[in-house]
Design a protein around this ligand. Structure first.
Ligand code: SF4
Length: 348
């Protein structure tokens, strides 16, 4: 048994990992000597909180607990929570009247909140506080009657939620080319916000174009790209100085994991985004001496340890960790959950 940061017992997610050893031992010219592990890697504070929220809701309210969309974008996390009684749905319409529903870490639009209210659902909001910050910025910019340019990837849950705050004055821009073309009502009144999980360098280029085109562009006081995204990208750049191949643990629909693979490649390594150790192709490491390993913010640590065990099984003994920055960020539980916990303690 392990405890969440807020003192509740939860079943372990880590440790349910797969031992994917033998399958991959094909005969290749394996010269691999060293594994380098990025630090920080894997779960960020927002993902930790969102997963704890589901565990705690299951404990407080009993299964089934409904979760709108994937609580975080990782297949292993979703399967583990589903096995414990979480029911993942795409739309609020799929949740029975009066049930408990959790909003995912990526946030939701006001329209989704209104639908949940209309169905009299008991809502627990696991939106990462750093995503909420971006929502609040969009609301403020809209009140100031500015055109909002939201930099991000079309269709991502976070972007859908943020755009929903002020759809009438928000436009999505995904590339430098789109930044060159975007048109606004008044070039003197333009603001920019971004998705939290973008590539730092790509986003800087896009914002430079917007600043050139709209010199009075207003931006948030602090970066929208979150600390976890930035730190994991800095760490993977360090890995790429030595590792010829970098493995990024993460799901294909995880934005920050995909960016990690891109950053690794832009930094000169050959990089692969893999769901777990089963996806490793030994052919990737022919004549390679050093492999780097990192994990997206939604990928559990046991997946990393499975990969380490895989290479140890092939005889690699040297495993080092490169720490670029120490992370100490934690977030409190959502107030509605904290209240439910307090009420239960009072009754007990
Ligand atoms: Fe929050 Fe950043 Fe983690 Fe997303 S990646 S959940 S914004 S801390």
């Amino acid at each position: 048994m392990i405890l969440t940061r807020w003192g509740q017992s939860v079943s372990i997610i880590a440790g349910e990992g797969l031992l994917a050893r033998e399958r991959a031992i094909k005969r290749v010219d394996m010269k691999l000597k060293k594994l380098l592990l990025a630090k920080p890697r894997g779960f960020c504070a927002g993902v930790d909180r969102a997963i704890d929220v589901v565990h705690m809701a299951l404990e407080l309210f009993q299964a089934p607990i409904y979760v709108r969309r994937e609580i975080v974008h990782n297949k292993h996390v979703i399967e583990s929570l589903a096995a414990k009684g979480a029911v993942f749905v795409d739309q609020i319409d799929q949740v029975p009247e009066g049930a408990v529903v959790i909003f995912s870490a990526h946030g939701v639009s006001p329209e989704v909140r209104a639908r949940a209210q209309a169905k009299d659902l008991r809502v627990i909001d696991a939106t990462c506080p750093l995503v909420t910050k971006v929502h609040m910025e969009a609301v403020r910019f809209a009140r100031e009657r500015r055109s909002i340019i939201l930099v991000g990837h079309a269709g991502h849950d976070e972007i859908v939620g943020t755009m929903g705050e002020a759809p009438e004055c928000t436009q999505l821009v995904s590339s430098v080319e789109e930044a060159e073309k975007v048109q606004v009502a008044d070039p003197e009144r333009v603001a920019v916000t971004t998705q939290t999980t973008l590539g730092v360098d790509d986003t800087r280029e896009i914002i430079e174009v917007l600043r050139r085109r709209f010199p009075k562009l207003v931006s948030p006081a602090s970066d929208d790209i979150c600390y976890a995204t930035q730190n994991r990208q800095s760490a993977v750049k360090l890995l790429a100085k030595e590792a010829e191949v970098i493995l990024v643990l993460g799901s294909d629909n995880s934005s920050n994991s995909r960016r990690l693979r891109e950053v690794a490649e832009m930094s000169g390594a050959r990089a692969y985004l893999i769901e777990d150790a089963w996806k490793i192709d030994p052919g990737w490491f022919e004549k390679v001496q050093c492999v780097g390993i990192t994990a997206g913010a939604s990928a559990p640590e046991h997946l990393v340890q499975d990969v380490v065990a895989y290479f140890k099984g092939l005889g690699v003994e040297q495993v080092e960790e490169i720490e670029s920055v120490e992370e100490r960020v934690t977030f409190n539980p959502p107030p509605e959950l904290a209240r439910a916990m307090t009420n239960r303690q009072t009754v007990e």
